[in-house]
Ligand binder design. Sequence first.
Ligand code: FA5
Length: 354
Amino acid sequence: MAQEVTTLDAELEAVRAEALRRLDEVTSVDEAAAWERDYLGGKGRVTQLLRGLGSLPAEQRPAAGRATQALKAELTEKYDDVGARLKAAARQQALAEDAIDVTLPGRPVIIGAAHPISQMIDELIEIFALLGFQAVFGPEVETGHYNFDLLNIPSDHPARDVWDTIIVESPNEEIVLRTHTSPMQARTMERMQPPVRVIVPGRSFRFEAQDASHEWMFTQLEGLAVDENITMADLKGTLRELARQLFGPTRRVRFRCDFFPFVEPGVDFAVDCAICDGQGCRVCKHTGWLEMGGAGMVHPNVLKGVGYDPEKYTGFAFGLGIERIIMMKTGVSDLRAFAGNDVRFLRQFARPIV
Ligand code: FA5
């Protein structure tokens, strides 16, 4: 009997010594969990000893039970101490790794910006809103009917060849990429009765060789005003005001005769160069003038074509190149840069978003 107790005491002491030695070697939360499994878990050494108590003679069980429970309590306490210490150390380390150095400079935030053409369209819309014009938008893929016929350019008219048209294949109808924003003249007049005052910003397309001032895709701004008693003086006043708003209050505007089938009379209009004050420079090609676009009084045939009475109503129209305006304002010398998607170029025009 005494033999068995002695054996159990020796075993308890052996388990204790081994457990404490191994606990001393534990350096991580994972290792501590493994230690607990080995000694205190369901199949752990101390649990096995407790289960074995039942096989002892009844009179020995109380003392053996107390001794084994005492071991369990001691090991549990030691394990809790070590576990708490390791958890605290792990948390400290995680905090140290996640620490933010608030004295470091912030990372720059790259914010997108509107394309210079979009910015100019916005500016033009604002200028014309003050002059009583409303902005409308139209399709970039057009029928020959709107792009030509209703603009007094019938299919046998030689002027139809002037616009180098990109034709979209279609067996039944002539479909083109609009060569200018002028088709929106007829589309607008078909939809509304005078007084009409609209501008139409938008892309236009021509089958044209590209160079520093020509692109196959470019942006125009169309203008149209139709009412009773509209005269050439209204056209000139409107374009002069546009030039001053864009380039400064002292700018002068020049009108010279030109031909467009949908206006009569037709003019081209230019503004004196704001960069050299009309003295002649690289941007104005030493002429002192910058060409802005074409204009004129709406041709009576165009008014008739949309059902307006040309005896009652008159109107003016103009069309200008938006890239060219930006070039005049900024001195950019190659129009191809606008569609080139080089962010270094585009970034120069970025305005803070407010
Ligand atoms: C027209 O397109 C007429 N629809 C303008 C018009 C409207 C006249 C209403 C009368 C009444 P034009 O082909 O000249 O006209 O083009 C007008 C402007 O568009 C030009 O002055 C130029 O600034 C711009 N433009 C024309 N072709 C190109 C091109 N290939 N690349 C860049 N800009 C162009």
